[in-house]
Write a protein that binds this ligand. Structure first.
Ligand SMILES: NC(=O)C[C@H](N)C(=O)O
Length: 335
């Protein structure tokens, strides 16, 4: 029996067409392009159905409401298909992959997010390799989690980041090894793939949440932090230096203490690409811990933001949210 894969096209370069304003999404164009590519219809390939969304978007326009639409779409088709491919723009792909990982609880089937840097219809497109491999992996490998396939590597979705604006190696997973490497052989990282759940899929809803993100820089003033902490902000991600350090500026630390006293969660993630936060390493990091800042450990910004959206959308107290942020919910953080 051939496997049956559901392909949702949300938008993004893979199905785009040039226009006088640059690339744009054109309804029907992706399906039309694919129908003319015989390799997708070879006997070794699974069966697949393409569902193009009514509003195809550049992924810069993605919002938590769109994450919800994708999650609902997977839920509605979960029993009829063996795996799911989400075709998505690369710009915010790592955010969507992270968000879906939290929203899709108890997955037992593969959900692979992919796209391309050059449209599928163009010469030298990377879309052919990305989509072909994603379909093949979804049909033949036991991937029971949300992952991201790009440039012959399958990454855990909530560990991935876009690291190259115009290269084919656009994604990396700086703090976690790739789940699968697709070379001459397809190599699985033993013990790294999540185990399939034996419970039914549970889709957790996410509603858009007011979350601030501040990158620390030399000379940052307390006013910048104060302005970001204005109502209705519920959480702040602080992209700190190195292992989680910040200037020992009293006015700035007072703003963070204000956040703590007013139920605003402050999460400390490093602005470094690799490694993790350790607020016990230096006095400058310890000062943050003293004012109630929570360690984001080795979570990516994308995973941290998606996790906060997810947690703030559930019925949880501030303390419960702070606790859950430190826990490994979907493989997003190293314990
Ligand atoms: N390569 C791409 O898909 C980039 C595009 N701007 C998008 O994110 O939709």
């Amino acid at each position: 029996m051939k496997k049956n894969i559901y392909v949702a096209y949300t938008g993004g370069t893979i199905g785009m067409h040039p226009s006088d304003k640059g690339y744009v999404c054109v309804p029907g164009f992706l399906s039309q392009t694919l129908s003319k590519m015989p390799e997708f219809h070879r006997p070794e390939m699974p069966q697949f159905t393409i569902h193009e969304y009514d509003q195809l978007i550049d992924s810069s326009d993605m919002s938590p409401n769109d994450w919800q639409q994708i999650a609902e779409d997977i839920r509605a088709n979960y029993d009829q298909y063996d795996g799911f491919i989400i075709l998505h723009g690369t710009d915010t792909m790592a955010y969507t992959a992270s968000a879906l990982s939290f929203m899709l609880e108890d997955l037992s089937k593969p959900v692979i997010v992919t796209g391309s840097q050059i449209p599928l219809a163009e010469l030298r497109s990377d879309g052919q390799v990305n989509l072909l491999n994603a379909l093949y992996l979804a049909a033949n490998y036991p991937i029971a989690e949300v992952s991201l396939f790009f440039n012959n590597q399958l990454f855990r979705g909530n560990r991935s980041r876009k690291i190259h604006a115009d290269g084919f190696d656009a994604f990396a997973s700086p703090n976690f090894p790739p789940l699968i490497e697709a070379g001459i052989n397809i190599e699985l990282r033993q013990g790294k793939l999540s185990q399939p759940s034996n419970k039914p899929l549970h889709v957790r809803s996410v509603t858009p949440q007011p979350i601030g993100v501040i990158t620390l820089y030399p000379g940052i003033s307390a006013e910048v932090v104060r302005n970001t902490l204005q109502q209705p902000v519920k959480a702040l991600i602080l992209l700190s230096y190195g292992v989680g350090n910040a200037p020992q500026n009293k006015a700035l630390l007072d703003e963070l203490a204000y956040a703590r006293d007013n139920g605003i969660v402050v999460l400390n993630c490093t602005q470094c690409l690799k490694g993790k936060v350790n607020m016990a390493g230096y006095a400058t990091g310890n000062a943050l811990a003293q004012v109630g800042v929570v360690s984001g450990s080795d979570m990516t910004l994308e995973a941290a933001l998606a996790k906060l959206h997810y947690l703030l959308s559930q019925d949880l107290s501030v303390d419960e949210i702070k606790n859950a942020l430190k826990q490994n919910l979907r493989g997003e953080v190293t314990e």
